[in-house]
Design a protein around this ligand. Structure first.
Ligand SMILES: [Cu+2]
Length: 504
């Protein structure tokens, strides 16, 4: 096997010739500015496969019982961390259900604090959305119920608590949902057996204090950058190795981090095939060598490991992360952007299966000539001047900071709108719109990136960009209860970069 070099944060580590030799855990070794993070080192561990929860069928509904709970978890090698999670102490089970089912989520809050749980990416009535207006008091149970009209794909459920989304997600309140159609996947040759050839890859970064507690900072600078950590977890585990038993695997890449952008590729630069974006399958698989994933974005990729080699999923430095321009002058923190490994794959025991040769996946509805009900212009504001460094305000959309009592926009049901998202601020903002799966029309007049040609619920608007998206408003009307649109850098969301719209 060829020798591979792992160059991490200026610290060169060379992997040996043995087939299962990986670099020592990478990111813990890197230089991290003036921060006082604990820098643990991790031995290799087995890939962490989240518990699969398919609910139970009760009177024709798919019922999920979810308990928000707190406890301790062993994330670091030698010490426990106080954490929160859903049906477990840290993070959450993968919820799997099918299109057209009615799902019923019974959410009991056993945390000592209010929390809301949002079904990210779902098209559903506003009262069931789990936004800040559906906060669950400690001890209470909230029931959300809706018929699944979304397409099969990889989704996200996470805290959406007023002013506390960022710190609750950081402590563990988030997981993956999957809408599956195994028959269709089988016909298309897409791997779909959970934990056999279909794996969630839920990516989070965390920082720790030496005592084992999470490090979380709420300074103005931290708010601007969004909270980044120096420990990269996949499904809650650092430095893990997946040993697939089949040579064709589907990875459901899912950026569940508060603020970190990832530019992902494999250590040997092997190509992979993108088959689904946030809200469903693409029309055709897209062959890529790398993919960019902003907070809350998902991508289902198919990787062929029939060569039996070992490889790592890596982040590549220098692509669209936050420490560009102004931010690097002000902070210069290398922990915002670095080369590092996310997890490893050892394919030496992978039994050969047929390669993936499907060229046509689905036909997406043709929206090229739909009537546009309205065009909305939304400007993403991060205020400059003295308050930028010392104040608390300045995160807004169209100059309005989030206010639970203000409806910012009103849309008409069953129509299409163009939303023009303009970012004159100094950092990038991944914008998420609730209750829709949209298409990206253009970026400063140019076509979207090659991995953005499907249904999306989150789109990054880079500094100085104008991004236009085509938004179906969905069938559900409610003149009072709003949906959210917001930056998915959770610190920006909590600080006010969020608005509310109703559909009438
Ligand atoms: Cu933002």
């Amino acid at each position: 096997m060829k020798r591979r070099d792992f160059l991490i944060g200026g610290l060169g580590v060379t992997a040996g010739a043995s087939a299962v030799s990986f670099a020592p855990f990478a990111l813990g070794q890197m230089m991290i500015g003036q921060r006082a993070y604990y820098q643990p080192s991790f031995a290799l561990q087995d890939f962490a496969l989240p518990v699969l929860d398919e609910g139970s069928t009760v009177q024709g509904k798919q019922v999920f019982k979810l308990v928000l709970q707190s406890g301790e978890s062993r994330i670091l090698p030698n010490i426990n961390t106080p954490t929160i999670g859903i049906n477990q102490n840290f993070l959450a089970p993968v919820l799997r259900f099918k299109k057209n089912q009615t799902v019923r989520m019974e959410v009991t809050n056993k945390l000592g604090e209010a929390a809301a749980l949002h079904w990210h990416g779902m098209v559903l009535p506003a009262t069931q959305d789990g936004g800040p207006h559906q906060a669950i008091k400690p001890g209470d149970t909230w029931v959300a119920e809706w018929q699944v009209i979304n397409e099969p794909a990889t989704y996200f459920y996470h805290s959406h608590t007023h002013n506390h989304t960022a710190d609750q997600v950081w402590r563990g309140l988030g997981g993956q949902m999957q809408i599956v159609d195994e028959d269709r996947d089988a016909q298309l040759g897409i791997p779909h057996q959970y934990g056999v050839d279909d794996f969630p890859v839920i990516i989070t970064d965390r920082a720790f204090n030496k005592s084992g507690t999470f490090y979380y900072s709420n300074t103005r600078m931290q708010k601007m950058q969004g909270m980044h950590g120096n420990v990269i977890l996949v499904n809650g585990a650092a430095n893990s190795v997946l040993k697939p038993k089949k040579s064709l695997i589907r990875l459901r890449l899912h950026n569940a981090s508060n603020a970190r952008f990832y530019h992902l590729h494999f250590s040997d630069n092997r190509p992979f095939q993108l088959v689904a974006t946030d809200g469903g399958l693409l029309e055709q698989p897209q062959t890529l060598n790398y993919i960019h994933l902003a907070p809350a974005e998902r991508a289902d990729i198919i990787v062929d490991v029939s060569d039996g080699k070992t490889l790592s999923l890596q982040n590549k430095k220098g692509y669209g992360n936050l420490n560009t321009g102004m931010m690097s002058m002000m902070g210069g923190n290398s922990d915002l952007d670095s080369n590092f490994d996310l997890f490893h794959i050892d394919a030496s025991k992978a039994g050969k299966v047929a390669a993936f040769n499907t060229t046509k996946l689905v036909s997406l509805p043709d929206w090229s000539n739909v009537d546009i009900a309205t065009t909305r212009r939304l400007q993403l504001d991060m205020q400059m001047g003295p308050t930028m460094m010392f104040g608390s305000g300045g995160f807004a959309i169209n100059k309005n900071e989030y206010d639970m009592n203000v409806i910012n926009e009103v849309a008409k049901a069953n129509t299409f709108e163009i939303w023009e998202l303009h970012n004159p601020s100094i950092t990038h903002h991944p914008i998420h719109v609730h209750n829709t799966q949209f298409r990206i029309l253009d970026r400063n007049g140019r076509p979207p990136y090659s991995w953005e040609n499907g249904l999306k619920d989150t789109v990054t608007v880079y500094t100085d960009e104008k991004v236009r998206i085509l938004v179906p408003t969905g069938p559900y009307k409610d003149a009072k209860m709003p949906y959210m649109y917001h930056c998915h850098i959770l610190e920006h969301e909590d600080a006010g970069m969020m608005g509310q719209f109703t559909v009438t």
